[in-house]
Each structure stands twice: as C-alpha cells, then as structure tokens.
Write a protein that binds this ligand. Structure first.
Ligand code: PLP
Length: 229
C-alpha cells in the first residue's frame, strides 16, 4: 500500500540520517510515478509526498492535468527525470518545477529560450553520466565543468545541482563510487565558484540504493518501486 510504503521509506531515511547526524529534512523524496495512474499519485500526495517525478512529457501532462482537475490545493513540485528532446522543451518548461535531466548545452539553451518566453526562471539539475555506460544519458564528468560554465551564463535557468543514475549493480554498495563521483564533482564546481549561487542539490539514489546515496551526500532520492510497488 502506497501510504505504508511511504512511511517505511521515510523511516529508513530517518535511520540513515540519524546515523550520519544529518537532518532527514535535507533529503527530498521524489516519488517517481512513471507508468502509474494519476490515482496513485493522488494517494502519494495524500500520504505526504510533495514531489512527483515523471520521465515522459506526454504522460506527465496528462497526469499533471488530472491532478489539477481534482482541485488538490497543496503545493506539488513536478520533476522531469527522463531524457528530454529539444522539441519537447516548450511543454516541459510549462509544467515542470525542476528539470533534472539536462545533459547538453544545447538543451540548456532551448530551456532558457522557452523559459524566457513565459518569463520563468526554470530550475534545472545537470545530469552526469558517472558510470560512463553508453546506454545512459548525461554529461561526461570531464566535460561537466566547461558545460556548466556556459549554462551559468543563461539568464532564465537556475542550476540547482547535479543528478546521476548509478550503474545497475547487484549489491547497493556497488553504487557507492558513482555517488561519490557526483558529490566530488559538485564540491569541485562550488569551489571554482563560477555559478552565481552554489549548487545545492545532489539527486542520486533510487529504490535499491537510496540509503547508500544518502551516506554519500544525496539530498534528493528518486523512488519508484519503493513507493508504488
Ligand atoms: C524510474 C526511475 C527512477 C525510480 O526507479 P526505482 O528503481 O523504481 O526507484 C529514478 N530515476 C530515474 C531517472 C528513473 O527513470
């Protein structure tokens, strides 16, 4: 049941944070509702979730409208977590609070342009391919600094942090190096201080490995199965 799953996830986050001396409030839970009906999003919202992640624009728009039509009043933040094609940017900018999957300068420019048209400051995360797998999107870590420097010049986007998807491994501990790599990259960028405000978010950790991600400094975990299965 969704509300019990959420309770259990929150407990697990609290336990890791207690061990680390971290404030559990510093870990945002994004409920990844791809493939799930709007009804289930509604259940998650009722159980205290405020952040919803989707990876396909068309599907996200349908559910965004469905949730709005219910008159649900609490503040919901919508997160785009899937690869975004430049021809879908206009729709994405219209509904998402945070686009987590920015993986090229070209995409950042398109987002900036569409955000400018509607006078929006669009929050983004820059996706980094920390595992180097060809199947994954994201900037190569070695290209990230130059790219983020260019993105930082764009007026209608705000770079709030970095996102990564760890390689699929049998043991959650195996994901640790990818999370560490993302944390180190964030620290490096903040030390170079060319972004107007320091990057704060590290979006890393999914259902199988979120506790390890939190140990490595995650401030945003993206949970699908742990919440909806
Ligand atoms: C599906 C998805 C998730 C959630 O995955 P689970 O393993 O179900 O928690 C997180 N992030 C991204 C980018 C995804 O596509």
């Amino acid at each position: 049941m969704i509300s019990l799953n959420i309770q259990s996830v929150k407990e697990r986050i609290s336990n890791v944070c207690a061990r680390l001396g971290r404030d559990p409030g510093g870990v945002t839970v994004v409920a990844v509702s791809k493939g799930r009906p709007a009804q289930e999003i509604q259940e998650a919202l009722t159980a205290g979730i405020a952040d919803i992640g989707e990876n396909r624009i068309q599907e996200a728009i349908l559910k965004y409208n469905a949730i709005r039509s219910t008159g649900y009043v609490s503040r919901i933040k919508w997160h785009m977590i899937g690869h975004l094609q430049t021809n879908k940017v206009k729709d994405a900018v219209a509904i998402f609070d945070l686009i987590q999957s920015v993986d090229s300068i070209d995409l950042a420019r398109q987002i900036d342009k569409q955000a400018c048209r509607i006078n929006k400051l669009q929050g983004i995360l820059v996706q980094i391919n920390t595992s180097g797998e060809a199947s994954k999107f994201g900037l190569k870590p070695q290209d990230a600094i130059a790219a983020i420097k260019e993105m930082a010049e764009l007026k209608n986007i705000e770079i709030r942090g970095l996102m990564t998807i760890a390689a699929a491994v049998d043991d959650p501990q195996g994901a640790r190096p990818f999370f560490l790599r993302l944390k180190q990259l964030k620290d490096k960028i903040n030390n170079l201080s060319f972004v107007s405000c320091p990057l704060s978010f590290l979006s890393m950790g999914m259902s199988d490995d979120f506790e390890v991600a939190i140990e490595e400094g995650s401030s945003m975990v993206r949970l699908g199965r742990a919440i909806f299965d």
